[in-house]
Ligand binder design. Structure first.
Ligand code: COA
Length: 432
């Protein structure tokens, strides 16, 4: 049975060359990782894998500790991006449904550190906000340490673990990290309205990470009987459920339930999730498997990208060679949705971005629809798999089109001030 210890005790369990896996996003063991840098000078060569870490950890961000800790990540966050130049950080390429499975086939963790709710009367903790890979890692790790936090919502699905299968508990009571709800701007509303026009009553929705998908949720309150099969459960879904737009009644898989692999949002979302049997947090390997996604009739996937080239290749995770986020479940959900009966996938983006010109130190506006991706850009969604692309200037369907047709369609939704230049470049390349 799990023994309750302190963070200081837990740190003493760590040995030279240990490989530690952290839970994803809100499910990382915050207090343990906040102090693990104290092992610097006492142990050597510690590897930590994480995914969308939500705090600035000394072991990750302070270059003083870079010789002791190697950090690998399935999905970069703001703090990881800032830490990247320390030289001890690397990205693990992955489609999220296979993140844990492929990593486990490569190596097994010595230690897993995450968080959970207190045990229920039967002795089961709930892993609460993520089951992307966490339960699989718990099953394989030599030592499992869970921070037990009564403030985390008790969720159901496939993330209940018995205390007899855990080695150590650490009692904590920090607040659950929140992702604030941001008001949609005019561009978001336009993009949302184009997508809302193509969403039918009874559709089953997936919303990806980033500002636009969340804003799209705001435009769906007039729909009826929507369902949810998504990797990430957000505040937008909660609001659609509360307004009556989501009922999950017409789902062909997991009827009546909202299915997700992890959740991140506001305190209101966490209150909604607590002890709510409507929500099922299932194994990410299952939820995001394109085969599973495709079993949902009328599945609609809505994700965001950083840059699209004129052939439809989407770079959604890097700015040139600089890793910005991760592929996450973009390929999983976009390809899965297109397998579904009456399925559709939307890739959304603003037509332009403002980027810093290092010579003048000013922000200049560039087109996010480009003749060719930046050198080193990672193709997150292949041009073979892209379906609808949406900007504030319209929506185009690329599936089944030739490159010549794509060039014309994509230029028609580029910012007007970049259209002539894009046409000129497309001619120079020989696309048109
Ligand atoms: N060139 C250079 N910089 C660009 C750019 C481009 N083409 N497009 C965007 N940027 C910059 C923005 O200016 C912004 O910089 P800032 O942080 O200095 O302001 C930054 O990149 C982020 O852009 P933004 O549009 O605000 O990002 P977002 O928070 O809405 O996230 C993605 C967008 C694409 C990064 C995010 O959706 C993602 O990681 N997607 C891949 C994973 C995924 O889709 N998973 C789906 C299942 S959850």
């Amino acid at each position: 049975m799990a023994k309750t210890i302190t963070v200081t005790d837990a740190l003493q369990l760590i040995k030279d060359n240990d490989y530690i896996v952290a839970g994803m996003a809100a499910s990382e063991g915050r207090d343990f990782f906040t102090r693990i840098h104290e092992l610097h000078g006492k142990v050597k060569n510690i590897t930590i894998d994480n995914c969308l870490p939500l705090y600035r950890y000394e072991c990750m961000n302070n270059e003083l500790y870079k010789d002791t800790f190697t950090i690998n990540s399935w999905f970069f966050s703001n703090d990881l991006r800032k830490a990247f130049n320390n030289g001890n950080i690397s990205y693990i390429p992955n489609n999220l449904n296979l993140a844990g499975v492929r990593r486990l086939a490569h190596k097994k963790p010595n230690v897993y550190v995450g968080n959970a709710t207190p045990p229920d009367k039967h002795g089961f903790v709930s892993l609460s906000l993520s089951n992307v890979y966490e339960k699989r890692m718990i099953e394989e790790a030599d030592i499992v340490i869970l921070e037990i936090n009564p403030k985390f919502p008790r969720t159901f699905g496939d993330l209940e673990v018995h205390k007899n299968d855990i080695d150590y508990f650490i009692d904590v009571d920090y607040d659950v990290p929140v992702l604030p709800d941001i008001e949609p701007n005019e561009k978001d509303k336009k993009i949302g309205s184009y997508i809302a026009d193509l969403i039918q009553d009874g559709d089953n929705i997936q919303l990806g990470i980033g500002g636009i998908p969340n804003a799209v949720a705001d435009m769906l309150h007039d729909k009826k009987d929507l369902g949810v099969h998504t990797e990430m459960l957000t505040t937008g879904f909660m609001k659609l459920y509360q307004s009556g737009a989501i009922t999950n009644k017409r789902k062909s898989l997991h009827k009546g339930k909202m299915v997700a692999a992890f959740a991140l949002g506001t305190k209101e979302l966490y209150d909604f999730l607590d002890n709510n049997p409507v929500v099922q947090i299932l194994d990410g390997h299952y939820v995001n498997d394109p085969y599973t996604v495709g079993l949902n009739d009328n599945q609609v996937s809505i994700n965001t990208t950083i840059e699209v080239d004129l052939t439809g290749q989407c770079c959604s995770e890097s700015i040139g060679t600089r890793q910005f986020s991760g592929t996450g479940g973009q390929t999983d959900t976009a390809t899965g949705a297109q397998r579904a009966k009456n399925g559709r996938s939307f890739i959304t983006l603003y037509s332009t971005a403002k980027v810093l010109n290092k010579l003048t130190n000013e922000r200049v506006e560039i087109s996010k629809i480009v003749p060719t991706l930046k050198p080193g850009a990672a193709v997150s969604l292949s041009r073979n798999e892209v379906d609808y692309v949406v900007t504030e200037y319209g929506v185009v369907k690329l599936k089944g089109t030739s490159i010549r047709e794509r060039v014309e369609l994509l230029i028609s939704i580029a910012h007007p001030k970049f259209r002539d230049e894009l046409t000129k470049k497309a001619k120079e390349i020989g696309y048109i």
